[in-house]
Design a protein around this ligand. Structure first.
Ligand code: ADP
Ligand code: MG
Length: 263
């Protein structure tokens, strides 16, 4: 859903397509190196409340690195990222608290194999948010119902299909009441027949107004729910456009070439 009412002015800086509204994620001139290798170069963009931004680009272009910087899973050497008003690089920032407000879903589901689905859904709620067992389990059940897996609560991850495990991973992230959700190629490790059930959950989440940054090559998903598309190549944000503009007429040759290969 598009942001309903513009509250704050959009961020200054070269983010031409940024919608007006409350910035939930602001990425400002971020550069990062692995030793001598520059993996991110001056990345600037922002995601406002309720916006869905799809990030695409060739393998190795820095997509995973950029979204890992957003919840401080990766350090960066230059620039700043602000999540819901909290600076990622600031000694006063409580990083575990910041991370608990940023839901993250990876390509590989990373559920705890030795815990039941209920246990997987409860653990961080109890350890990080201090919720009691009953409250955590009730919240977990409500979310399992939402992703269509209530009947599987007692099972272990190994007993579920890949698509089901990824839906549990999404429910587990939502259990923390995140202010934004980050997805890193959530369907690319799945068998083709399971991609749809995971995308359906993500589409519903988007339509409910969740702020989302989604690395994916599922352009059907992008067309359906994205507000903007960011195209990265060699560590740079080459294109940051409204969905209609990106698909209609990508400005850069690199994006045109990329699109012609995947569409
Ligand atoms: P993408 O998600 O777009 O495929 P990544 O963000 O995973 O790209 O990686 C971007 C580049 O950074 C790649 O060239 C990759 O090899 C390199 N890279 C990623 N992680 C590391 C690391 N821990 N150390 C060194 N280089 C890395
Ligand atoms: Mg990646």
């Amino acid at each position: 859903a598009p942001p309903s009412s513009p509250v704050a002015a959009p961020l200054a800086g070269p983010a031409p397509a940024a919608a007006a509204g409350v910035p939930m994620i602001a990425i400002d001139q971020v550069s990062k190196w692995y030793g001598d290798f520059q993996v991110l170069t001056n990345c600037t963009t922002s995601v406002v409340k309720g916006e869905v931004v799809v990030v695409c680009g060739p393998s190795g272009s820095g997509k995973s690195t950029l979204i890992k910087c957003v919840n401080a899973l990766e350090p960066f050497q230059k620039g700043q990222i602000t999540v819901d008003g909290t600076k990622v690089v600031d000694r006063r920032t409580n990083l575990p608290q910041l991370r608990s407000r940023v839901g993250m879903v990876f390509q590989h589901f990373e559920l705890f194999p030795h815990l039941s689905i209920t246990g997987n859904l409860s653990l961080a709620q109890r350890k990080v948010l201090g919720r009691g067992r009953e409250e955590a389990e009730a919240k977990g059940m409500a979310l399992l119902e939402r992703v269509g897996l209530k009947a599987h609560a007692h099972k272990f991850p190994g007993q579920l299909s890949g698509g089901q495990q990824q839906r549990v991973a999404i429910a587990r992230a939502l259990a923390m009441n995140p202010v934004v959700m980050l997805f890193d190629e959530p369907t690319s490790a799945l068998d083709p027949e399971m991609v749809g059930e995971v995308l359906d959950v993500m589409v519903e989440l988007a339509r409910e107004g969740m702020t989302m940054m989604v690395v994916t090559h599922e352009m059907g998903f992008a067309r359906k729910v994205a507000n903007r598309v960011i195209f990265m190549d060699r560590g740079e944000i080459v294109e940051d456009a409204r969905k209609e503009d990106f698909f209609g007429s990508p400005r850069s040759e690199r994006a045109q070439t990329f699109l012609s290969k995947i569409l």
